[in-house]
Design a protein around this ligand. Structure first.
Ligand SMILES: [Fe+2]
Length: 246
């Protein structure tokens, strides 16, 4: 089995625009398991209009509750697959003054308590502000992991700008469904180019539900199979995201 590491997935119930109930969480995790994922980092939106009033402590509490509930569910024969999966705390942190404040005070939600942190860029921030903010974050000793870089035309069309962010120590992530063509052939080509150029080094699902945005990493592996080696696919889906949890 594949053993993918999904670094960016919304599976905590009732906290953002992911699953509404714990039953939906279980259905998402079943789908992720069937697609080969074994390590699941919960990354609910923080500092975003999607979940405006959430604070880091709310995310931590919601994660702990879900982890406890999953432990109980894993004891039931129909959910025995959960025993082969591991669950980790994280958040998709929208870049802005609130995130900077929480990082400076060492209370932001990082990837599994490491110094690596998933950051979502706001399309409304000018590039200079993004660069300055990420420079400060890197200066505090964090590694910003940039969520779905293929979705930012500025970064895709001007590789030197993305290169500047990578030069600060940032890591770039692309979404599995973009690689697989769900967001158009152009985006799929751009995502593949980012990976092949070595600009993007991690593929994650950014899954939100079972139907429209499923936590399915196998679709990316299948789409890439004709263009790149199994070793590189495994690097993007297992090794690179795994290293960011250590
Ligand atoms: Fe996301």
């Amino acid at each position: 089995m594949a053993g993918w590491v999904d670094l960016h997935v919304h599976y905590l119930p009732g906290i953002d625009d992911g699953p509404g109930t714990f039953g939906e969480t279980l259905a998402m995790l079943r789908l992720a398991y069937d697609s080969g994922s074994r390590v699941m980092v919960a990354t609910p939106h923080l500092y975003s209009f999607v979940a405006e009033s959430l604070r880091p402590e709310d995310v931590r509490k919601a994660f702990e509750r879900a982890r406890d509930d999953l432990l109980v569910a894993a004891g039931e024969p129909e959910h025995a697959f959960l025993r082969e999966m591991s669950f980790h705390e994280g958040a998709e942190n929208q870049l802005g003054t609130e995130l900077l404040e929480d990082l400076e005070r060492e209370r932001a939600v990082t990837l599994d308590g490491t110094r690596n942190i998933l950051v979502e860029l706001s399309p409304f921030l000018p590039f200079e502000s993004i660069h300055r903010a990420l420079e400060r974050i890197a200066g505090w000793g964090y590694v910003p992991v940039l969520a779905h870089v293929e979705r930012y035309p500025t970064l895709v069309e001007q590789p030197e700008l993305l290169g500047g962010l990578l030069g600060l120590g940032c890591v770039a992530q692309v979404n599995a469904d973009s690689v697989a063509g769900a967001n158009g052939r152009r985006t799929a080509r751009q995502a593949l180019r980012l990976l092949q150029d070595g600009a993007a080094t991690v593929i994650a699902s950014d899954g939100h539900d079972v139907e429209h945005r499923p936590p399915d990493l196998q679709v990316a592996a299948a789409a890439l199979a004709s263009d790149v080696s199994a070793t590189r696919i495994s690097e993007w889906l297992t090794e690179a995201p795994g290293r960011l949890l250590r």
